[in-house]
Design a protein around this ligand. Structure first.
Ligand SMILES: C[S@@+](CC[C@H](N)C(=O)[O-])C[C@H]1O[C@@H](n2cnc3c(N)ncnc32)[C@H](O)[C@@H]1O
Length: 382
């Protein structure tokens, strides 16, 4: 690691940030002490950092292999998660490249990072010195750490890794390392507040039934792409007290929270499309709060299976897209016109619709193909 920090080598890395990496890999390293692979890895790291964690674009920072860069959280989500966290002691039990740990531990006095991969932890330790941050770095398998640990912590954070990224089956907690089901009792013994980051692919109702004492779940999207689920497990929980909050970062949209148990008894009313159409953002769609959102914003649904809502009066602060619409007849669609096409609960896909009506993608107007409880419909934004 020391060699890569050599001034000349760093200069070479910075001078090659836009060079084609395949052709660079075919060249011989100009420095006997480091290979071209090592140099290219640092270039890749800096490129990822430009978008994903710009706070690491600093002299002296070292980047790990691709897998660790991919597994790391983004600065945007880590900063958001850090907002409500503070206390005396914080432990990140799956530190990885330490992006989450860096932000989440900001408002704690004592910080501990556990990571089983020693090369990775060495890099994090080095970087934290550059960043002027202190922590206890523990290179240990979490299961062993828990056996030996006699301390309690104000907040425990975990971001488990998928054992097999390409397993194409139902996403279960057993597929993660560490296996949360095996350690959850031990975790609850050492902290009142456990925070777990999980993939958005995991099913929320499964999560609530498999894990003990889930009090809150945050569904975090960035610009409408759902990035992660953040699960809060507390040592004490009232029955029926699970709040789900949908968050769309880097958008103007408000957060939307609902009670998981109340969703089951909430009921939506239905209506044919009125003047405004509401399309929930992807965090809300992931949450399954389809009745709660209808009740909270006093909106009617147009069909049980298509999550489109409608009202005559404009409702502000809806977490998603709001369009003023009119129902049109298919004969009104003119060849060659440009539309953003949305098709939900309708027999044709957007591509098939484009072909059928000879229309193009793009422009500012929307065409929405769906069905109500009575008929198939086409809505056009006005
Ligand atoms: C998804 S990454 C964490 C990324 C991190 N949150 C970040 O922002 O950089 C998960 C990490 O947990 C570590 N890990 C997995 N199972 C572990 C275990 N049983 N004990 C200790 N570390 C473990 C992996 O080596 C990996 O680096």
């Amino acid at each position: 690691m020391k060699a890569i920090l050599n001034k000349e080598i760093q200069k070479y890395i910075n001078a090659n940030l836009t060079t084609d990496l395949h052709s660079l890999l075919l060249k011989k390293s100009p420095f006997p002490e480091v290979s071209m692979q090592e140099i290219v890895q640092q270039i890749k790291g800096k490129k990822v950092a430009q978008k994903k964690f710009p706070y690491l674009l600093k002299e002296g920072i070292v980047f790990p292999p691709n897998l660790n860069l991919e597994q790391a959280s983004s600065q945007a989500t880590a900063e958001f998660k850090a907002q409500s966290l503070k206390g005396k002691s914080f432990i990140d039990m799956t530190s990885g490249f330490g992006i989450d740990a860096y932000f989440l531990s900001q408002n704690f006095e004592e910080v501990t990072l556990v990571e089983q991969n020693s090369d990775l932890l060495k890099i994090v330790k080095h970087n934290w010195t550059i960043l002027d941050r202190e922590a206890n770095f523990i290179n240990e398998n979490l299961e062993n750490f828990l056996k030996q640990n006699g301390q309690t912590y104000d907040s425990v954070y975990l971001d488990p890794a998928r054992r097999d990224e390409h397993k194409n089956k139902k996403f279960l907690l057993e597929d993660l390392s560490p296996n949360l089901l095996e350690i959850q009792n031990q975790l609850l013994e050492i902290s009142d507040r456990i925070i777990i980051k999980l993939s958005p692919l995991i099913d929320i109702s499964y999560l609530i039934s498999a894990l003990k004492n889930v009090v809150e779940i945050h569904i975090i999207a960035v610009r409408n792409e759902v990035k992660e689920l953040l699960v809060f497990v507390h040592s004490k929980k009232d029955k029926s007290q699970t709040t789900i909050t949908c968050i769309n970062l880097e958008s103007e949209e408000e957060f939307f929270s609902f009670n998981y148990e109340e969703e089951k008894s909430a009921e939506s009313e239905f209506s044919e499309p009125l003047r405004y159409l509401y399309i929930p953002n992807n965090a809300v769609l992931k949450s399954g709060g389809f009745n709660s959102i209808s009740v909270k914003f006093n909106l009617k649904k147009i069909h049980p299976n298509s999550h489109f809502y409608t009202s005559d009066e404009l409702v502000e602060d809806f977490p998603g897209r709001v369009l003023k619409v009119e129902i049109i007849d298919s004969k009104q669609i003119r060849k060659g016109e440009k539309f953003n096409i949305i098709s939900k609960n309708y027999p044709l896909t957007p591509d098939e619709i484009k072909k059928k009506y000879k229309i193009l993608d793009g422009g500012n107007d929307y065409l929405i193909f769906s069905q109500t409880q009575k008929n198939k419909i086409i809505l056009k934004s006005v």
